[in-house]
Design a protein around this ligand. Structure first.
Ligand SMILES: [Zn+2]
Ligand SMILES: [Zn+2]
Length: 349
């Protein structure tokens, strides 16, 4: 009986291998496979929300001190039902959004924490991909003082790009007005409310960058806060209190101080100076350790890593001042906060 079963399995294996070889090694087989793959890609369906609640995707986990890591810089996506928002859009974030099949036709706004380049550089990439994907209105850009300058600058820089694309594809497919970014100046407090979603801005401390904000999203009893760049300050603490999920900026003082010392020792005083300057406006891991307990936060996750650890040894040093359960994120990590339960957070890493 066992012999017979073995014979059947080997025959099946041979047949599968032969079919696979035929499909991949012949022109008609290749065309068949290509048509199947492309028809799935070209269907253009909008994926439904994964859950009834908040879905969070890390679309940029790095900082400028992580350029060799291959990770995108500062970007978090929040989905609430059929509304998608981004909190900052650093270099590389558009690639991560596309790689993770984010339906950008549902993108309704970008909340900017401040205007350092690692938080805004990909604004126009995201504007273009969401416009082409069929976003049915202009992309709204929210931010503190200065937002109109940033938005007007991007609109002007890419004016010709918009004209070329409308001339090529037509107004019906790409309405000109939806290609123009629109600015929205925000102040701390409730800044956005639609279909059960509330977004609050809170002040953070990133001097000399002023003002700089973090954002808090509340939807169906669940909440997530995104820090932007900040030291651990009183207004930051007030903004994140009691949140289900905190995504926070994180700097390892041990790693940065050692890198600065090494740069100084080898005569690279410019790099040493930059490293030491960076120390005074990001959240030190030594100051983040108590937040979960004292502020009743269910999950603390680190993003905007300064620096992105290049290997597991450096990661261990980065995390050594933080309580167990703290997560270091990477691009593509997802958090699902269902309205079914007030405690459950599904983490997909
Ligand atoms: Zn910054
Ligand atoms: Zn930054």
């Amino acid at each position: 009986m066992i012999k017979k079963l073995g014979l059947v399995l080997s025959c099946a294996g041979v047949l599968i291998f032969a079919a696979y070889s035929t499909l991949t090694n012949t022109r008609w087989g290749q065309d068949f496979l290509l048509q199947q793959a492309i028809s799935v890609m070209a269907a253009g369906t909008t994926p439904s929300p994964r859950i009834d609640g908040l879905e969070v995707l890390v679309c940029g986990s790095s900082s400028p001190l992580g350029m060799n890591s291959g990770q995108a810089q500062s970007c978090i996506m929040v989905r609430a039902g059929d509304q998608i928002f981004l909190i900052d859009v650093g270099p590389g974030s558009n690639r991560v959004l596309q790689a993770n099949n984010v339906p950008l036709n549902l993108l309704r706004g970008v909340f900017l924490t401040h205007y350092h380049s690692d938080h805004i550089s990909a604004i126009y990439d995201v504007n273009l991909t969401s416009w082409v994907a069929g976003r049915p209105s202009s992309l709204q850009i929210f931010g503190p003082t200065g937002v109109s300058n940033v938005v007007n600058g991007f609109n002007l820089a890419f004016e010709l790009d918009r004209k070329y694309r409308v001339a090529h594809h037509g107004e019906d497919l790409l309405p000109s007005e939806f290609g123009l970014l629109q600015s929205n100046l925000v102040e701390p407090g409730l800044i956005f409310e639609r279909d059960g979603l509330k977004v609050f801005a809170f002040r953070v401390d990133h001097k000399p960058v002023e003002p700089a904000f973090g954002y808090r999203f509340e939807y169906k009893g669940r909440s997530v806060a995104i820090s932007g760049d900040t030291i651990v300050s009183p207004s930051f603490i007030a903004g994140i209190k009691g949140v289900d999920l905190l995504l926070t900026d994180a700097l390892s003082p041990t790693l940065i101080n050692n890198f600065a010392d090494a740069a100084e020792a080898t005569g690279n005083d410019r790099l040493a100076k930059v490293m030491r300057d960076v120390l005074d406006y990001h959240a030190h891991t030594t100051a983040l350790g108590d937040l979960k307990e004292t502020l009743n936060i269910k999950q603390v996750a680190l993003y905007h890593l300064v620096p992105v650890p290049a290997n597991s040894f450096l990661k261990t040093i980065f995390m050594r001042d933080l309580p167990s359960g703290t997560l270091m994120t990477k691009d593509g990590d997802r958090f699902l906060l269902t309205s079914r339960s007030q405690d459950e957070i599904i983490i997909e890493q």
